[in-house]
Design a binder for this molecule. Structure first.
Ligand SMILES: O=C1C[C@@](O)(C(=O)O)C[C@@H](O)[C@@H]1O
Length: 211
């Protein structure tokens, strides 16, 4: 069964939030993804404090900071590098330009795009990064997404993958993706970070019904 990743927007009272996440981990199988870029307090010092508490709870987690600024990415991603429980989610456009050496076994490469014709090309190019986890988030219409799932199922046997259909109209395709090609699949933790995410609890129930 695909692992559920729950996107968390850090809150002001983050100590309590982290505590709550660690309690919920006992009831649901999920990994929190900290969307540090969406935190109103997303400065280096605060992020360091945040990650220190995450460490105190030994929380396995995915650390995401979306930015197009290379220097900011370099500075911020050094923080989770020192936390062994963190997997680093980094956009492909940054990783190909920046100076940090990302550990293959702790990196998710993300690629978001909106043109189905680009898909096959991009997917092939990602292969050169070896067996890192690859996530492709897409906003296409449902027929194109289903065609992509079919293509991925028949071409890729090795990589750890997540194909993430986006938009409310594609919500149910997240389930199809979890059942066919995705090793991990995204939900919200308490509020969606993007249209089309199920809540973690509902996604868990749906997958549990099926398996
Ligand atoms: O890239 C993704 C996928 C996502 O955007 C989604 O559609 O669920 C949620 C993000 O937090 C995550 O980093």
């Amino acid at each position: 069964m695909a692992v559920i990743v729950a996107s968390v927007i850090p809150e002001k009272d983050y100590e309590n939030q982290i505590k709550l996440i660690s309690k919920k981990l006992d009831d649901f199988h999920f990994i929190p993804e900290f969307r540090m870029d969406l935190w109103t307090n997303n400065q280096k010092d605060s992020i360091e404090k945040y990650m220190k508490i995450v460490d105190d709870y030994s929380l396995p987690n995915i650390f995401t900071f979306r930015t197009e600024e290379l220097s900011i990415a370099d500075e911020i991603y050094k923080i989770p590098l020192n936390h062994e429980n963190s997997i680093l989610d980094i956009d492909i456009s940054i990783i190909s330009r920046n100076s940090i050496n990302y550990p293959q076994n702790r990196t998710i490469l993300s690629s978001h795009f909106s043109n189905p014709l680009e898909f096959r090309n991009r997917f092939e190019k990602l292969a050169k990064y070896g067996k890192v986890a690859i996530k492709l988030a897409s906003t296409f219409d449902s027929e194109n997404i289903l065609d992509i799932l079919w293509y991925v199922k028949h071409t890729d046997g090795e990589r750890i993958l997540s194909i993430v259909p986006q938009g409310n109209e594609n919500q149910s395709l997240r389930i199809v993706s979890a059942l066919t090609v995705s090793d991990f699949i995204y939900s919200s933790f308490d509020k969606p970070v993007i249209a089309g995410q199920y809540s973690m609890e509902l996604l868990f129930k749906i997958l549990e019904m099926i398996y």
